[in-house]
Design a protein around this ligand. Structure first.
Ligand SMILES: NC(=O)C1=CN([C@@H]2O[C@H](COP(=O)(O)OP(=O)(O)OC[C@H]3O[C@@H](n4cnc5c(N)ncnc54)[C@H](O)[C@@H]3O)[C@@H](O)[C@H]2O)C=CC1
Ligand SMILES: O=C(O)CCC(=O)C(=O)O
Length: 422
């Protein structure tokens, strides 16, 4: 996301440097030996691949992709694969690190991993996307595995992409290996509830935060940036609970109605293309969605959207980070001083990886759960995690992000120490 203001140049927008800063802030409350912190500030393994894909016009295009495995002291690494033109190695490294800390907050037996391919799926045919997905899996197949590193969906990847990938991996290994990837279609061993899990988990944390503010769902307004898996499903679930969705946006358009948007009309517009085609009288600028006077703001798109430039203009009482890395450390300081309750990404969007974990467990057992069972288990995990983070934040007088990092850093450091690594 291009942010060109001069003020923002004073802070780094490199996600890898940002996560390192977040580690340092949390570690300063923990009294850990420096070597443990230094180890956590880097991924253990990173793979760069270049692979060729046949395009529909007969040409061959070479794509670059990455898979980063941050730390596997607690268990195999886990995290999504992103297809986006702006993917960088530093971004993938940072996303893998956030995954480690996310898994720690919800006590999953995983470390963090993440993958990305520099490409623009919006400009590719279904056949090209299939060959790209298979080509990337072919290139990383020896690096991942059900007990090694387990990918999942992220931005511009979905259950269909996971299906192509599990098929390619399984063919390579000679038998069906559903545990290598999560977020699969149900027919291929996907878990019920995984598609909604990121949003549902986020909603559980919002309900906890709202209770603290003494507000009821039917009194609360919501603005959501990003209208894909995380953002759109959050809008639907929150509407069911009585919240009023006043604004939503995608990569091409943003819309606002202070009386509440008609979600059916919004969804029909999105299904037909983009929100830029919605009724012109409701159109607003992309940036202004972050500055609306709402109770809950949900960034559900990309990194670095709340920075030192616009943080002071944020009027929401709760910021629930469905996206990874939407808020910079400078912005965090400003929001904290303003009394905004930020539910950090590694907590707010942990529902996705939590149900991915359930999917993996079901795959390993070949025994499948009802959607109700999945959702109940997810709720327990999310509510417990929120309360544990909230408690620690109060105890240490920190924001929720720092407390969430503290919980995970302590866990991973302990595992590294007991293994004798540090
Ligand atoms: N899918 C999952 O299970 C999880 C996703 N996340 C995070 O949630 C965020 C969104 O991911 P998904 O919903 O899965 O992706 P998605 O590909 O389903 O949807 C992305 C949405 O963001 C919109 N978008 C892209 N650039 C934008 C911009 N500049 N301004 C406004 N909207 C923009 C797109 O138009 C699309 O509506 C990412 O940060 C991702 O890492 C986090 C945890 C799990
Ligand atoms: O479901 C997963 O394994 C990971 C999802 C993801 O990439 C994320 O939480 O950022």
């Amino acid at each position: 996301m291009a942010i060109t203001s001069t003020a923002v140049k004073q802070e780094t927008l490199n996600p890898y440097e940002i996560v390192q800063r977040q580690i340092e802030i949390a570690a300063s409350h923990l009294n850990l030996p420096q070597q443990e912190i230094e180890f956590l500030k880097r991924p253990m393994r990173v793979l760069t691949v270049n692979f060729a894909v046949k395009m529909d016009d007969g040409s061959v295009k070479v794509f670059e992709g990455y898979r980063s495995q941050h730390n596997d002291a607690i268990g195999p690494t886990k995290g999504g694969i992103r297809f986006h033109p702006d993917v960088t190695l530093d971004e993938v490294k940072a996303l893998s690190m956030w995954m480690s800390f996310k898994c720690g907050v919800v006590s999953l037996p995983y470390g963090g991993g993440k993958g990305g391919v520099i490409c623009n799926p919006a400009e590719m045919s279904k056949g090209e996307l299939e060959r790209l997905s298979r080509g990337f899996m072919e290139a990383i197949a020896d690096f991942v595995g059900p007990d090694k590193d387990i990918p999942a969906p992220d931005v511009y990847t979905n259950a269909q992409v996971m299906a192509w990938m599990v098929d390619t991996y399984s063919k390579k290994k000679g038998s069906f290996q559903p545990g290598v990837i999560t977020g699969k279609p149900i027919i291929l061993g996907g878990s019920k509830g995984r598609n909604e899990a990121t949003a549902r988990g986020c909603v559980f944390t919002i309900l906890e935060a709202l209770e603290e503010l003494g507000k009821k769902p039917n009194e609360a307004t919501v603005a959501i940036q990003g209208y894909g898996n995380a953002g759109r499903i959050a809008a639907e679930l929150l509407t069911e609970l009585g919240f009023t969705i006043v604004a939503v946006s995608d990569s091409k358009g943003a819309i606002y109605n202070q009386n509440g948007l008609d979600l059916e009309a919004v969804n029909a517009c999105k299904d037909a293309g983009s929100l830029a085609n919605y009724d012109k009288k409701y159109q607003i600028t992309a940036e202004s969605i972050l500055e609306l006077d709402v109770d809950v703001l949900i960034p559900a798109a990309l990194e670095n959207v709340i920075t030192s430039v616009n943080a002071d203009n944020v009027k929401a009482k709760i910021v629930a980070e469905a996206a990874n890395g939407p808020t910079t450390p400078e912005a965090d300081k400003i929001l904290s001083e303003k009394g905004v309750l930020v539910i950090p990404d590694i907590l707010a969007n942990a529902g996705g990886v939590t149900v991915s974990y359930f999917e993996w467990v079901q795959n390993l057992m070949s025994f499948y759960w009802s959607e109700e069972e999945v959702n109940e288990k997810l709720q327990v995990k999310m509510v417990e995690a929120y309360r544990e983070v909230r408690f620690l934040a109060k105890e240490h007088q920190t924001d929720l992000r720092t407390a969430a990092f503290m919980i995970s850093i302590k866990r991973i450091a302990e595992a590294m120490r007991i293994r004798g690594w540090v």
